[in-house]
Design a protein around this ligand. Structure first.
Ligand SMILES: NC(=O)C1=CN([C@@H]2O[C@H](COP(=O)(O)OP(=O)(O)OC[C@H]3O[C@@H](n4cnc5c(N)ncnc54)[C@H](OP(=O)(O)O)[C@@H]3O)[C@@H](O)[C@H]2O)C=CC1
Ligand SMILES: O=C(O)C1=N[C@H](C(=O)O)C[C@H](O)C1
Length: 265
């Protein structure tokens, strides 16, 4: 049995993850942590009253009590960093879905995990379709270096651009490098209207009720455009990848950034 603690357990992704872990063969939901420490069991939230795990506000205490193998984190930027440190220092493998960390923070955790020989994963997106979108977009960028990214999310999202958009842009930049795009003398009549600039490619973040998680990568060439789009229409889309990740980190002794590195090996 892989013993898993979920942090952010009462959030949108946390509740979906608790359900998936309870239903996964060979896994046990051993702890549930959330700042809305309710004193109720997580089972009452996820429609499984038989799951008798009380929601706690204290991750360190839960780790001491249940000695889990894996910490799944879907909290928020500013919280997740402390959780990763707690987990690695306790020898618990972090599987991190929370986005919003910068490259230096991620590198610091890669180093820490290596030093402690603890396996783990930081994955901006667990949906297999999103990973394929990034893979196909990276391939397309070799032939179509002019590219813009539009990501669309629900309006409760804290970070912009999304972790997925950042991973896409990094992956594309790795094959095409920095490149100035568009009209050199272009100017903005409204600040920010051309989007954020990453290595010369523009990223646009849309936030509206009704969306879950969507991204379109648009390439422009002579007389043609190519669009590669992925839509998560429900948070169940992230669960097969999450469960796979929990299983895969059990065999690792270092921390990996991006589920694609465990999926397309
Ligand atoms: N990698 C992936 O595939 C995906 C990643 N995400 C990412 O996951 C993260 C969570 O998203 P989502 O579920 O939509 O967000 P929610 O706001 O719905 O959930 C976050 C939960 O974490 C809780 N929380 C906040 N601070 C703490 C703390 N100190 N200790 C414990 N729990 C805490 C929140 O409580 P409170 O409300 O009281 O603050 C809330 O219940 C985001 O960073 C998002 O970008 C989302 C979808 C997929
Ligand atoms: O906040 C979300 O909802 C999502 N966050 C992740 C991201 O920032 O890329 C993954 C997915 O897009 C949903």
């Amino acid at each position: 049995m892989i013993k898993v603690v979920v942090a952010g357990a009462l959030g949108k992704m946390g509740q979906e993850s608790c359900k998936a872990i309870v239903n996964a063969e060979g896994m046990q939901l051993a702890g549930a942590v959330d700042s809305r420490d309710s004193g109720h069991t997580i089972g009452t939230y996820i429609g499984k009253p038989e799951v008798n795990v009380t929601v706690s506000g204290d991750l360190e205490q839960v780790i001491r009590d249940v000695r889990p193998d894996v910490l799944v984190d879907f909290t928020r930027p500013g919280v997740v960093q402390r959780h990763i440190e707690i987990a690695i220092n306790a020898g618990v493998r972090p599987v991190i879905g929370t986005t919003g960390m910068n490259a230096e923070e991620i590198e610091r955790f890669v180093q820490l995990a290596s030093a402690q020989r603890v396996g783990g994963l930081i994955a901006p997106n667990f949906a297999i379709g999103a990973l394929l979108m990034i893979k196909f977009a990276t391939e397309a960028a070799k032939f179509f270096p002019h590219v813009e990214i539009i990501e669309l999310h629900h309006d409760q999202k804290m970070d912009a651009p999304s972790g997925t958009a950042m991973k896409t842009a990094e992956s594309i930049a790795a094959v095409r490098g920095h490149m100035s795009q568009g009209m050199p003398s272009e100017f903005e009549k409204i600040e920010g209207v051309r989007g954020g600039n990453f290595e010369g490619m523009r990223i646009h973040s849309v936030r509206l009720p009704g969306f879950v998680a969507h991204q379109e990568v648009i390439f422009g060439g002579i007389g043609q455009t190519l669009s590669i789009r992925h839509d998560s229409i429900s948070r169940e889309s992230f669960m097969p990848g999450l469960i796979l990740a929990v299983r895969k980190v059990m065999a690792l002794d270092h921390l990996v950034y991006g589920l694609e590195n465990l999926l397309f090996e």
